[in-house]
Design a protein. Sequence first.
Length: 288
Amino acid sequence: MPKCLAGLLAIVLCFPLSFGQDKSKKTYELIYEDIQALKKHLVLLEEKLDRNAAEIESLRTQVRDLQSLVKLLQADQTSVQQGLKNVPSQYQFLLDKIDQVNLLLAKISEELLTMKGGPSSAPGTGPEAKDKEGAPGEKKPAEQKTAPPPPEKKPSAVTPTSLSPQEVYNTAYADYLKGNFDLATDGFKIYRDNFPDSPLADNALYWIGECLFSQRKFNEAVEELNNLILEYPQGDKVAAAYLKKGLALAELRKRDEALVVFKLLISKYPLEEEARIAQEKIKELSSK
């Protein structure tokens, strides 16, 4: 074989080998670059995971703080509800005390009026009697017989023309406390009829119902309490009226109607003291 042909063949045979080596080298370089890129991407992911973990821990801390705050709010709400439960009984106590003070003031006012008029002079004691005695030694006329005192009149209901509105109310309430329920009923009716716009008009209706209930006139008591609930729905005696109405219906052996009234009271005034009593009455009636 000629030398030139042998050299050409050697060049041809060596060219594919070197070409294959270059291709493998480029492939390795590409794989290496991909690995490096993946490493960088992995580092970024780890950093992102660290940030997310920190944010998650921060969120957990905030959730724990919120849970603590909710517990505090629940405790405060329980305390407030307990305080509200005590308000109605304290308010009623204050109202009773105010009524007693007003009654005492009315009595003091009457005593002051009596003292202002002055005590009536006894017969035979005053300047006119001295003039009639005459000189010493003069014969005195025979003493006239005094007429017997008139029979004592029974107490009668107050009239609005003689007393102020507060005095009418106080007198009627005093009759209620003494057990004079008929007189108290008349007094409260006079007050309501003559002073319907007074702040105590609904109270007068309630005490009429109380008087009738005390006399076991349960049907009439229910009617008066219904008038209070319908005419003064925003009054401060509505819850007490519902309770007394339910008790009157229970006395009338209207068990189902009484239960309805008690449940309505609890739904409308859940924080009132009357609602607690209504719950006890529901248990009592349900056990029968």
